[in-house]
Design a protein around this ligand. Structure first.
Ligand SMILES: [Fe+2]
Length: 221
């Protein structure tokens, strides 16, 4: 059977630095929280500084059931992430490329290129596929926005993972108003909310199905 690819491209500008966006894309814990309407489970089988091999149980727009995908994310270079998705015993193959372009103001644009392999006779689905992917990109982008804003805000106040902000933790420390911290990401991102068992896998389950606002409130600090 001859095959072809359905294609879709989306892009969006952000006010965030590139490495913060890469942190967001590589943070697997938030997938079953922030994106709880799309995902119910994520299982990381292996990850290191450049790759993450995982399984996800995802619900796509207009498709009424969860699809289990096997996913390989690769930081191909410092400005590009490639994601290979397989589903239905490798019958479905999809490749996505995310290109990060940061300007001189440290604001990053993201462009997503998606290629879904299908039998040639399904080529007529191209407009429908593009519509699904465009909607998916916008929905997920908007869902991610509050956590990106919160992360950037606390980062500029000196936040460190699992430590917090020094002058909040210790009232005797004076707030440093001239802190000018460049955002840095180090992969893999440390994780704590996976199911604790003896397996080397890291499994994250959806706990909350209703509110997407838990934890988003952030007073002025
Ligand atoms: Fe996200």
């Amino acid at each position: 059977m001859t095959k072809t690819f359905l294609k879709s491209v989306s892009s969006a500008n952000s006010k965030f630095p590139k490495e913060l966006l890469i942190w967001n894309y590589w943070d697997h814990e938030h997938i079953v929280g922030t994106h709880f309407e799309h995902y119910k489970k994520v299982n990381i089988l292996y990850e290191d500084q450049k790759v993450c091999f995982s399984e996800r149980w995802a619900k796509l727009s207009f498709i009424p059931f969860y699809l289990k995908t096997t996913d390989l994310c690769v930081m191909t270079n410092e400005n590009q992430m490639d994601v290979f998705h397989y589903a239905f015993f490798n019958f479905i193959y999809c490749k996505q490329t995310f290109v990060f372009e940061e300007n001189s103001q440290k604001e990053c644009k993201v462009t997503r290129h998606t290629h879904l392999q299908v039998p040639s006779f399904l080529k007529f689905l191209q407009p429908f596929f593009d519509k699904i992917m465009q909607k998916w990109f916008v929905d997920v982008w908007e869902e991610d926005m509050p956590m990106r804003e919160r992360r950037f805000k606390v980062w500029k106040l000196g936040f460190e993972d699992f430590k917090g902000i020094n002058y909040i933790n210790n009232p005797e420390i004076i707030k440093n108003n001239s802190l000018n911290r460049e955002y840095k990401v180090k992969l893999p991102i440390p994780k704590i909310t996976h199911i604790k068992n003896k397996s080397s896998e890291k499994t994250f389950l959806r706990i909350i199905k209703k509110s997407k606002h838990i934890g988003y409130g952030l007073p002025d600090l």
